[in-house]
Design a protein. Structure first.
Length: 319
């Protein structure tokens, strides 16, 4: 259920404008006053109680000027797949080169970008036009985006102290300590964010998302700025955490190693359009085009024209 911020403002105005009266008005109830004015105050009893089963993206069309960037410097409109569905507890990876529309897809699902057409549904509920705050998603950005003047504990606790949640401090403490233990940063909880290494800062950024229980975790290449060894370590840890929490994650990357290590399913993006969806094994063994076949495998496959070989019944893919 959505929290309508306008109603909170009306509530504050009514409280501020009511003149101070004698004892008979000492029990003035702002909510009753709002009802008298025909305004219903909508506050969810438990904003994190209803978890999503599926996230569906149907024929999502990026808004003009905000889609993937072409090599000529112009933006294009990108169409994201025919009813892309991310199941509950699934680790879904969008794989594609820079400019394919990976980040734009995440931002559309989070409500940070408007779309021209199509729908975004959480558990069959259409949230296409909902505000970002009411969608209840966690976003891990490519850069750490930590609060430098806060300690690690305060950074992790920050999303739990939202007015929409109103969690008791003891529950916040338990959640923060649980995530800190999973990410192996318990001994850093009292440190300022500026006192951490790059790997520790990224752990805190991931932890700030994991500490909540949102509809979906959106992760925008969170490991890309780390060195190779640390990336490999965090990949394994992130997958283990996802399995332990049964979390639903949409993760974007251009790194095939990350995609195959982490994903339950991979969606391959080309110029804003999903061209194939499947498990890592399906994408690797049965690509539906040369473009897809070149996304996975190291070194890349060699492409030779069929005319070089005098073979019958040659199957051509994506030509």
């Amino acid at each position: 259920m959505k929290v309508k911020k306008t109603f909170y403002l009306l509530l504050l105005l009514i409280v501020a404008c009511v003149p101070e009266k004698k004892d008979q008005d000492s029990n003035f109830d702002p909510e009753s006053k709002l009802k008298e004015l025909g305004i219903e105050l909508m506050i969810p009893s438990d904003p994190v109680a209803n978890y999503v089963n599926t996230v569906q993206v149907g024929n999502l069309l990026f808004i003009s000027g905000k889609g993937p960037l072409q090599s000529n410097g112009e933006y294009i409109k990108g169409k994201v797949g025919q009813n892309l569905t991310i199941e509950d507890g699934q680790f879904f990876v969008l794989l594609g080169p820079s400019g394919a529309g990976k980040t734009t897809t995440l931002r559309c699902i989070a409500g940070l970008e408007k779309i021209d057409s199509g729908d975004v549904l959480f558990n069959d509920e259409n949230i296409t036009h909902d505000q970002p705050a009411s969608r209840d998603v966690s976003f891990v950005f490519q850069q750490y985006s930590l609060y430098p003047h806060y300690t690690v504990y305060e950074n992790l606790a920050f999303p739990l102290r939202s007015p929409m949640r109103k969690l008791p401090e003891e529950e916040i403490k338990n959640k923060v300590e649980k995530i800190a233990e999973m990410l192996k940063i318990t001994n850093k909880l009292k440190n300022k964010a500026t006192e951490l290494s790059g790997g520790e800062m990224q752990r805190v950024a991931i932890g700030r998302a994991l500490v909540r229980e949102p509809n979906i975790y959106l992760m925008d290449e969170p490991l890309s700025s780390l060195d190779a060894k640390l990336r490999e370590t965090l990949r394994v840890e992130l997958k283990n955490i996802q399995l332990n929490l049964n979390a639903t994650i949409l993760y974007v990357t251009h790194d095939q190693a990350e995609a195959t290590t982490l994903a339950d399913k991979i969606g391959v993006l080309k110029e804003g359009k999903i061209v194939q969806i499947g498990t890592p094994e399906e994408i690797y063994e049965n690509p539906n085009s040369i473009y897809v076949s070149q996304r996975l495998g190291s070194p890349k496959i060699n492409i030779l024209p069929g005319s070089l070989f005098k073979l019958n019944n040659i199957t051509k893919i994506g030509l």
